[in-house]
Ligand binder design. Structure first.
Ligand code: SF4
Length: 478
């Protein structure tokens, strides 16, 4: 099967019209997505170019990939910028041995292969329960990170507005955990909107998750970790992730806009130490969102993660809004090539540095036309609002709000006509490349559902036999 790298190589033999520059280096090629034999290439068309010029380029691409029957070329109006593809071509030079990474959690993929019964029910048109929920229990945060949607959308409770933080009542949270479990939700991550450790009943809430045997996890900015309650955290959660995107105090201040780096690292160290003492299976990690401001912090943070004793460090590209408000990097990843490679070198048998390569590769382009993923992963805001995904917390709310768990039970919301009408609207009316953020949470499962959705699950099991045998940890966190 042809790989993205091989396609990139073939494309770099094609030259721009009337120029000696190839279409990869020129930035013409913006993204390459491959799903089995289906190839999707995204190219840019400058405003000044006419359709005829683009048709010539498309023809050259089609000829160069003449062996590929399932080729689709999408065109986006944009300036030609150095694209991430160049970076990937370079990356292919790094041998497999050079990368010591062992991604035992499938971070650059999804885990629907281990829930094919639910996929089958969905194929039959049944009203399936989501497998996973990303849920906020508090609506604001005591940081104000530059890439945070709460901050850029100026939501109440973020940064200087921190007095306006809202906490979902503890009883509503517990009822939702219980309902979710009853209808077939397999896992909940306290993630998505605010800083959930600020909730006054935080420890009571996570203990309840454990009590009802719900797979629970947490993403946190790491400021508020109570050292007297480390055992509760470690015993209640399957995993905890510190969202830290800086390797120096200076960048920390710039990105997270607070002066709390020592405290966050101290908390991570304490948690990792206690984990070893009580032999807990809770997985502790660092996650970095790469922006234009913190590329030089990737390696220092990779070292810091190892020093703190956490289990992994994952690096992901910054998801941008549909109108590019975050100005997230594109070609700048190319300059970071050596940095990414160096960061991976800090992996050991107990510590894994994972780069989300697939998301870096695709140029933010989605090679599917409809979103089905919201039927499997749902988003709840810190105010108890139920949405198909976090993207709609502050965009077109009236169209996509399904209900609120303080007013109505989660089970009733899931059973309501409104829930299924909204799911239908997502599937039929949302243009995933126009209305949505790039590389959203559901991206990996969306690709799978779109490309494999019509296939018999027996065929899927056969096609992915080897992959399915390599069962990752935490399969319920799809
Ligand atoms: S594709 Fe759009 S609607 Fe679907 S999950 Fe992603 S952001 Fe939400």
């Amino acid at each position: 099967m042809i790989t993205e790298i091989e396609i990139g190589r073939k494309l770099s033999n094609i030259f721009e019209n009337f120029s000696e520059e190839n279409i990869v280096n020129s930035g013409r090629v913006q993204g390459i997505n491959i799903y089995k034999e289906k190839i999707n290439i995204l190219i840019a068309k400058k405003k000044s170019e006419n359709n005829q010029e683009i048709e010539i380029i498309k023809k050259k691409i089609t000829n160069s990939l003449a062996d590929s029957e399932n080729l689709k070329i999408d065109v986006i109006e944009a300036e030609l910028k150095k694209s991430d593809i160049v970076h990937l071509l370079n990356m292919s030079k790094a041998s497999e041995n050079e990368k010591k990474v062992n991604d035992k959690w499938n971070m650059d993929s999804h885990k629907l292969f281990w829930h094919l019964d639910r996929v089958e029910a969905w194929q039959r048109g049944e009203k399936v329960a989501p497998l996973h929920i990303d849920m906020g229990i508090s609506s604001g945060c005591n940081m104000a990170c530059t890439f945070c949607y709460g901050v850029i959308q100026n939501r109440d409770g973020f940064g200087t507005n921190s007095k306006k933080i809202f906490h979902t009542p503890v009883e509503s949270v517990k009822q939702t955990f219980k309902d979710a479990k009853e209808i077939g939700v397999k896992s909940i991550a306290l993630i998505g909107e605010g800083e959930n450790t600020l909730h006054p009943n935080f420890h009571e809430i996570i203990s309840y998750g454990k009590e009802i045997d719900l797979d629970l996890s947490l993403a946190t900015n790491g400021i508020r970790i109570d050292h007297k309650k480390l055992d509760i955290i470690l015993e209640s959660l399957k995993w905890i992730r510190f969202n830290i995107s800086a390797g120096t105090k200076e960048t920390f201040q710039k990105i997270h806009r607070v002066n709390q780096m020592d405290r966050v690292l101290g908390n991570a160290r304490a948690l990792a130490k206690r984990k070893k003492e009580i032999n807990s299976s809770c997985v502790i990690g660092f996650q970095m969102v790469v922006t234009k401001e913190n590329m030089n912090d990737i390696v220092p943070l990779s070292k810091l993660g190892r020093e703190c004793g956490v289990d992994y460090f994952v690096v992901k590209p910054c998801s941008d809004t549909f109108d590019s408000r975050l100005d997230s990097p594109k070609g700048e990843y190319i300059e970071a090539l050596e940095i990414f490679k160096e960061a991976e070198q800090y992996s050991t048998k107990d510590y894994s540095v994972n780069i989300k390569w697939k998301k870096v590769l695709n140029g933010g382009w989605k090679d599917y036309t409809a979103c089905h993923g919201t039927q499997f992963i749902l988003g709840l805001s810190g105010r108890g609002d139920v949405f198909p995904c976090g993207h709609w917390f502050n965009e077109r709310r009236d169209e996509f709000l399904m209900g609120n768990i303080i007013e109505k039970s989660f089970k009733e919301i899931w059973q309501s006509k409104r829930y299924w009408e909204v799911q239908e609207k997502i599937r039929k009316e949302v243009n995933v490349n126009k209305h949505c953020e790039s590389n959203c949470r559901q991206h990996y499962i969306n690709r799978f559902l779109f490309h494999e959705g019509k296939n018999n699950t027996k065929e899927i099991k056969e096609d992915y036999k080897d992959h399915i045998l390599k069962k990752p940890d935490h399969i319920n966190f799809i």
